[in-house]
Design a protein around this ligand. Sequence first.
Ligand code: SF4
Ligand code: SF4
Length: 463
Amino acid sequence: MADQSSKAASDHVFGRSHWKASKFTLLTSADADDGSLLLYNSAVGAIARVTRADSAVVAEAYKKGFSGTPLGPLAELTLNGFFVDSELDEIAWASSIRDSETLREDVLELCLLPTEKCNFRCTYCYETFLRGKMQRSVIEGIINFVQGRSATLTSLRVGWFGGEPLTAPEVISEVATRLQDICKASGTRYSSSLVTNGYLLNSKMADLLFRAEVRDFQITLDGSAEDHNRHRLLAKKKSQTSNTFDRIFANLLSLRDRPDPFRVIIRLNFDPESAKRIGPFLDNISREFANDERFFVDFHPVGRWGGPNDSSLPVCGMREGQVLQTQFFGSAGESGLNVRALRQRLEPNGSMCYAANPRSFVIGSDGTIYKCTVAFEDPRNQVGKITEDGQMLIDQAKFLLWTNDGSAGHKGCQACFFKPSCHGNACPLERIRSQSPPCPSTKVTIDQAIRVVAADAIRKAGG
Ligand code: SF4
Ligand code: SF4
């Protein structure tokens, strides 16, 4: 903790006399057995480490607040938002954080389904594969819609999803080229991401995607080759003989060996069985990707997501899955892997699902507009239709189900230290179905999550 400079700054900036710990600040003990503390604040997305020497003063102020000019460790913590003016309306603060993301008329996020067919039949998949390649009228509708909005946009983010989007590369290529042309003409920033099983992501496909300005990838592995191949079956060989792991892993290595700028999230799905082997598997991933900052890892428990095999799927209990998820982040960080995915969930708005953002639309291959990329067959998720001339016909009542402040009217959310990150909208689908906002795993395992991220920051700083 810097002392003198912080004191000077606080004298200059602060004219208040009573301070309280922000309701969004959480205090926990650090991992190290040295009496130090960690503070996390979800409204500023910051973590601070308090040394043993300062811990008594900070813990006391955290409990009771303090008066006068913030001094010593309290100066820096106050400057960084961990302590706030005792009269600050923090609920209004949280709302303004949410508004800063959701009220931005100049930003548009489109998640496009170039095809709803897939070359895989994963055991837990919830998709129906009823609709094929994106219809010509839908492509024209998307182009016309963006053209109509382009004068007011500063940023267009396009995500490719499916089905498996790489089974329709010609749609990606055409739509991306035309959208890039529109953005160039209007001075709009264009960026693009892709969620893929990775099976078709060879070097030629990577060339096509880089031309389409796709720079963010999410590629899922289900653990070791044995675990992965048990779950991730090819559609054409619905048998135990599919070895999809080797090909996807080879594609990941080939991507790594390119000099291009990009980011890959390696998403590791796990169930109670494969979870036992995630540790050793992380060593393999670490050997290949730990020194490359373009790759980072994420973890998700397999769920019963509405597919035909749901009743026979072994899945972790909710709490068990949440604890394992954060534990795996810890192991990944210790193996030198990039755990930025967890860091991002601690940031303001960082645990809010895109389905809650009114600037975000999912457009199916037949022109149906959705909010969520899981419940395609749920009528509440079919919120509208795009027309060939570029109009979005939206059922506002359905749309608002997703974009409402999920925390409104929920006492637990109003009192929650994690509200500025989640806003009761970590999963609007579950909120709508159960009429109660579910807390995300990051919140449920917050002490551990803070320690993992803090330890990662110390490692990166060479500490
Ligand atoms: S609403 Fe829930 S299920 Fe749907 S995309 Fe968001 S987090 Fe996933
Ligand atoms: S859903 Fe849970 S984590 Fe999110 S704001 Fe409400 S109480 Fe907090």
